[in-house]
Write a protein that binds this ligand. Structure first.
Ligand SMILES: Cc1ncc(COP(=O)(O)O)c(C=O)c1O
Length: 387
């Protein structure tokens, strides 16, 4: 483990590493291939699908921030997830996953299980009996996404890892929502950490990329082999941008949280909000566990409006600063309707089962001035009051 603090790791990765021209910021290696010094002498990098120096810097930084042995940088978060299940699971293996995971993760697990690649149990992981019953089936892998997308439910990572260890199961945590700044799953016993670096780690909504971090070197080596084998690895240009984004990760995460607290306080005063979901709220069922295992509560907020679809349209149309868009974790604030956007890959029954109600909205709170963001929401509520 590093003796450096987060911000130092994030800012200084690769700084002053250029031995040729002493560029302070590391250069980008936009190349698909590399020369062999001589016949039979295989260099460290030979072909960029297998390895690229710019990608290596990002892998090194994210692995160090998470406290893992190493990482594979992939071309999106979904391919990081796909890489892990491709490497680990066979037809007889069971995967236990949350019934309310990110819609794309749900689709990937469901589709590949239907093809017979492995078996999957989608479980309500907040129902301890259901979770323990699933773990008793001795899965090969347990998938956690905490806080979950979009309802921000919280799972006790340490408790699941302890139960998993008793049956020989491995545990992977999707840490996209909090980043290692607010949550470090390896310290709680996880074996793998997955990121859609498309989100907070890059932070500027201009890259699609992912990271798969492993606790042990043996798993890192296996996953690097698989990453090259199935062509899951990311582009050097995306790696360069991600490294640039990572340099401001810590101050960005702090300000995302500060803004989200101001918005939460405002939303709590609005009678049109019929339900509000955020782990920082004391009455949130996952608040105590979140306070124990997270060092920050995160800047994703979900809420339901007490109106019909027509009211929802009016509210959304009145907004000027919150862009109606999928994704999250960028500098800009977004609002999303999970039922018709991020989670539309789930059937109506699966959505209802996961608690995704028709008027549920999800905010990704950005870095604008919180007064402007609150004024924007105010416009929405005023318009809704006219309906
Ligand atoms: C929590 C979470 N995990 C994984 C993904 C997939 O990442 P990507 O879109 O980079 O493939 C997303 C995308 O929204 C997500 O929200």
């Amino acid at each position: 483990m590093s003796d450096k603090q987060f911000a130092t790791i994030a800012v200084r990765t690769g700084i002053e590493s250029d031995s040729q021209h002493h560029a302070v910021v590391p250069p980008i290696y936009l190349t698909s291939n590399y020369g062999f010094p001589e016949f039979g002498d295989v260099p460290q990098y030979d072909y960029s699908r297998g390895g690229n120096p710019t990608r290596s810097l990002v892998a090194e930084a994210i692995a160090e921030l998470e406290g893992g042995a190493g990482a594979v940088i992939t071309n999106c978060g979904t391919s990081a997830i796909n890489l892990l299940i491709s490497a680990l699971l066979g037809p007889d293996d069971l995967l236990v996953a949350p019934h309310d995971c990110y819609g794309g993760t749900y689709r990937l697990f469901n589709t590949r299980a239907q093809k017979g690649d492995f078996q999957v149990d989608f479980v309500n992981q907040y129902d301890d009996d259901a979770l323990q019953a699933a773990i008793a089936k001795k899965p090969k892998l347990i998938w956690l996404e905490t806080p979950s997308n979009p309802l921000l439910r919280v799972v006790d990572i340490q408790a699941v890892c302890e139960a998993a260890a008793k049956v020989g199961a491995l545990v992977a945590v999707d840490n996209t929502f909090l980043t290692p700044v607010w949550q470090q799953p390896f310290k709680l016993g996880a074996d793998f950490v997955v990121h859609s670096t498309t989100k907070y780690l890059n932070g500027h909504s201009d890259v699609l990329a992912g990271a798969l971090v492993a606790k042990t070197q043996a798993h890192v080596d296996e996953l690097l082999w698989w990453g090259n084998c199935i062509g899951a690895t990311g582009s050097p240009f995306d790696a360069y941008l991600t490294l640039r984004g990572l340099r401001t990760l810590v101050p960005r995460m702090r300000m995302h949280d500060e803004n989200s607290q101001a918005i939460l306080a405002y939303l709590q005063t609005q009678s049109a909000v019929s339900a509000l979901y955020h782990p920082s709220i004391a009455s949130h069922p996952g608040h105590d566990v979140a306070a124990k295992q997270q060092t920050g509560f995160g800047a994703m907020i979900s809420f339901e409006l007490g109106c019909d679809e027509a009211g929802l349209r009016v509210f959304l149309s009145a907004l000027r600063h919150f862009s109606l868009a999928e994704s999250l974790g960028g500098v800009e604030s977004l609002i999303c309707h999970p039922g018709s956007m991020t989670h539309r890959a789930m059937s109506d029954e699966a959505q209802a089962d996961a608690g995704i109600n028709p008027t549920l909205l999800r905010l990704s709170v950005g870095l604008e001035d919180s007064r402007d963001l609150i004024a924007d929401l105010q416009r929405g509520f005023e318009a809704l009051a006219q309906v």
